[in-house]
Design a protein around this ligand. Sequence first.
Ligand code: FUB
Length: 336
Amino acid sequence: MDELRTPGRRGVLKAMGLGAAVAATTFTVGPAAHAAVSARPAPRQADQQWSNPIIRHIHTADPAVLVHQDRVYLYAGRDVAAPGATDFLINDWHVFSSDDLTTWTDHGPRLSWRDFSWSDGAAYASQCVERDGRFYWYVPIADRGPAWFSIGVAVGDSPLGPFRDARGTPLVSGSDPSAPTLNIDPTVYVDPSGRAHLYWGSWWELRYAPLADDMISLAGPIQTISGLPGFWEAPFLHRRNDLYYLSYAAGGNPATIDYATSSSPTGPWTFRGTVNGRVSSPTNHQAFFEFRGRWYIAYHTSDLPGGTQFRRSVCLDRVEYDAAGLMLPVQQTRQL
Ligand code: FUB
């Protein structure tokens, strides 16, 4: 399925611009929404209030989550590919927020590749993180220059922005000889000692670089990370207690979400297997987060009516850990 992203198709990615500004919209995806959408069986957990997919009025993909002041902020690309399209078309990222994981507010498109003067398309999988009261949004976007994809960073003063290009140039250029072939899917984590870590990559190539304290420049050379079986793309770094978890889409397309653990954010990593199985979309992309003492995974599927591999929808499920801190396989719930 490598043909999902080929350099020759870059032109397709530029075709559609931002729609009209979207006012904040609040909606609830719970039991009341079921009948209106589908009569499909609903094996929801007994105390689970939300229904999957959690975002239903538009197609969304590549979730990343930030918890700030007891509110969950979900950052996701908006898939606007036509039903018969044969490639991704993603021009902007929406931010959604919730304080109960069931009622979500769509704050509209808060960032686009168009906000980066050096880009000419493709809002792929991003992540927004907080440091010292500022919010840094790392984005993989097509590069106008000779590079195919480069990684940029936008900065804002709140989880909703407004955000602006923090550098005016790529943070990681796809032209760098150390960069992977497909320079996408950044994940950033600030560890308890204040060191910030950047992982990214696709097409079987995983890269790492330390971030400087300013969060918008690298603090060391790009390193190639090996030893993660089947690594394909979508690295995501999180920490629970004293253990670090590096999860990733494994096996190509279709992918499972596999993971490894380490006592350090830079490894060495011990492979732990699959935490989230295949989904209805060939791509599989995850974010883990803690909210009010429980852990969750956000991911995407093609389950929304009209869904295709290029028209995806964000879902949410619980994550449980065993006594040793290993993640148990996610029980995916589906209630359309
Ligand atoms: O959404 C475009 C790409 O598909 C992402 O960057 C990958 O992680 C995969 O989900």
